[in-house]
Design a protein around this ligand. Sequence first.
Ligand code: FE2
Length: 369
Amino acid sequence: MADVIQNDGQTLTLPNGARFHAVWLRDNALDADTRAPGNGQRLITLADIPDDIAISNAAIAGDILTVTFAPENKTCDFPLAWLDAHRYDQPRPGGLIADGLTTWDASLNADVPTGHLPDLQTSPDALRAWLSAVRKFGFAKVTGVPVSEGSLFQIVDLFGYVRETNYGRLFEVRTEVNPVNLAYTGLGLQAHTDNPYRDPAPTLQILACLENSADGGENMVVDGFRVAERLHRENPGWFNLLAGHSMRFAYAGEAGVALHARRPLVDVSPEGQLIGVRFNARSAAPNVDVPFDKMADWYAAYRRMSQIIDDPAMEVTFKLAPGEAFIVDNTRVLHARKGYSGAGHRWLQGCYADKDGLLSTLVALEAQT
Ligand code: FE2
């Protein structure tokens, strides 16, 4: 019909200029034989689409585009609004940081995102706001957590499931004699992401405070995406070196465990968007993936990343009181602990969970409003 501007068989151009390929439209058809009406799952494979798929006819009536495919002679309807929401013929917004994320530095100290556990458990609005802050900033605090062992699971219960590891369903963080892991001593730690020697690394970490009468021992978080942005701005070549080569991480601190991962310090999607960072000096293994003639520059870039992470202008610092906890997106936000003295006690419990479950819960909550 006249409303369709162009149809050359292989591609279609709508009156508003939107362009689609025949094979794309057929693969993404919305009819009940292509997509299960209940759960939206695709019922066909590419083998079900003829090699010579073409558009034999296309017409717009009201808000619907009706396409007939040859040689199947199959007719499918596409709402124009759906087509508009799924255009791929225009440049997507560029930039390192995905839409909806806000990177931060020490200025966020004045406004740390915080939720109160009893509110989060009873108010969908409060939960949505808190989950949204975790998505946006990659970390948030929680208050009102019962001061009892295992109560941090109540935070995970808000959105998903614990990810169990060889450290257990939860792990204790407190001073121990003869520690197997530096996290259990009173030394300060450089900001890091946890468990980079796993693939996938845990995507969320939760730490809840049960006792904190020791001097010092503040927690500190750094936005790894802001670190990466800064490195990219200062020296794109160094950024590309870190993004373009793998790093090695390993942990074998206990019997029967030999974890290894080979991932870049800065993970970037094919579209140039930051996916994640991994940074943990304690777990870094010898890097043999950088060519000899690039190793000196790679180390210069690695050192600069480390310096930016250590810059106090990047850190948000807080001392957890008993009954307080925080969550970090472990693919983005680094965490650390300042040194603390042996006087008094400091006892945290930690666990891991999965970010995809948190985001799923958030999107489902957002769909209800
Ligand atoms: Fe850690």
